[in-house]
Design a protein around this ligand. Structure first.
Ligand code: FES
Ligand SMILES: [Fe+2]
Length: 338
């Protein structure tokens, strides 16, 4: 049984990563070559139809991807258009072409049945391209399953311990959560009235305690968490506070590794490079702390050393709902394939 959900859009890369120089990226266990031709981002299976040489080791010539071994050339649709030294191209010589959509600086790929690739189903990411929002972004690859990273983002109580020196504060575990499930998302909201705003917020926003703080993780299944965060004056409306949108796109590479595209954008201090520098340094550390914990967890699981099933607690209500929904999505796809 496949453990991947493939009938969905995944972020494959940031737009600027895709150029005339092909790159290779494994997505849901499949090697993919990504490149740009005539301005369009293209994704093809990364193995030549001739003798399986990786096309990512080739070059883009006149809009075609030329294999670096014997020179077969492929168009954007994956069809071979040239075989050096002969006019006749063997029938049906092609590699798989994946549907691609480029939006707000992210390049999305559909690894499932191309007939199901509905571009309208890509979740909103407009903060990434809106000039009213500014921030920092990272591309990471973690040696852990995408499931461990989903759990991490749905249970932010870990901020108080793993990220104690930056975004952590005990308010994230002394305050409970509410969980809402919609057709497409699991939404976990935590409101932290009259709390300390965390050291990073004090530095970046200059706010003084106490503040009201909140974060709402909107997990658009199966792969995008948008965390709507903010702080404001005690008792004031959330809309009058400082707002941050934290976008986390998680793309399985293998069953025990994933690509992690991250952006942290805000609606204040626009264009302030000093704030960007503070945020970048602090969040880089946060992301490395998450990597450390998740890769350690994966190593325990890989070694077969889990002491038993996870003991979930009240703060895991969102984790439990999301796990169940992800499992149902995988089972539905596997049934469909039979
Ligand atoms: S393996 Fe690509 S042309 Fe031979
Ligand atoms: Fe974290």
């Amino acid at each position: 049984m496949s453990q991947y959900i493939t009938e969905t859009w995944y972020v494959a890369a940031w737009s600027e990563e895709i150029t005339g120089k092909p790159i290779s990226r494994t997505i849901c266990g499949k090697p993919v070559v990504l490149f740009r031709s005539d301005g369009e981002a293209i994704a093809l299976h990364d193995a030549c139809a001739h003798r399986q040489y990786p096309l990512s080791a080739g070059t883009v010539i006149d809009g075609h991807l030329r294999c670096g071994y014997h020179g077969f050339e492929y168009g954007a649709d994956g069809v071979c258009v040239r075989v050096p030294g002969q006019d006749v191209i063997p029938g049906n010589t092609h590699v798989r072409a994946y549907p691609v959509v480029e939006r707000d600086g992210w390049v999305w790929i559909w690894p499932g049945d191309p007939d199901n690739a509905d571009r309208e189903s890509i979740p909103a990411t407009t903060w990434l391209s809106d000039p009213e929002w500014d921030g920092v972004r990272f591309t990471n690859r973690y040696e852990c399953s995408s499931g461990l990273l989903h759990d991490n983002l749905l249970d932010l109580t870990h901020e108080a311990f793993l990220h104690e020196s930056s975004i952590g504060d005990e308010a994230v575990f002394t305050n409970g959560i509410t969980v809402e499930v919609t057709a497409a998302a699991v939404v976990v909201d935590r409101f932290m009235p009259r709390c300390h705003p965390s050291d990073l917020y004090v530095t970046a926003m200059g706010v003084k305690p106490p503040v009201d703080r909140w974060h709402t993780t909107e997990f658009n299944l199966p792969n995008l968490h948008v965390i709507h965060c903010g702080v404001g004056q005690p008792g004031a409306s959330r809309k009058d506070g400082y707002h941050l949108e934290v976008l986390n796109a998680i793309t399985p590479e293998s069953e025990t590794s994933c690509h992690y595209f991250y952006a942290n954008v805000r609606d204040f201090a626009i264009g302030d490079e000093q704030i960007n520098g503070i945020m970048r340094a602090s969040l880089e550390k946060v992301l490395e702390e998450d990597r450390f914990a998740l890769e350690k967890q994966q190593a325990v699981l890989d070694a077969g050393n889990a002491g038993g099933p996870d003991r979930l607690i009240a703060q895991d209500a969102g984790v439990a709902r999301a796990r169940r929904m992800l499992r149902q999505m995988i089972e539905a796809e596997n049934r469909e394939r039979q």
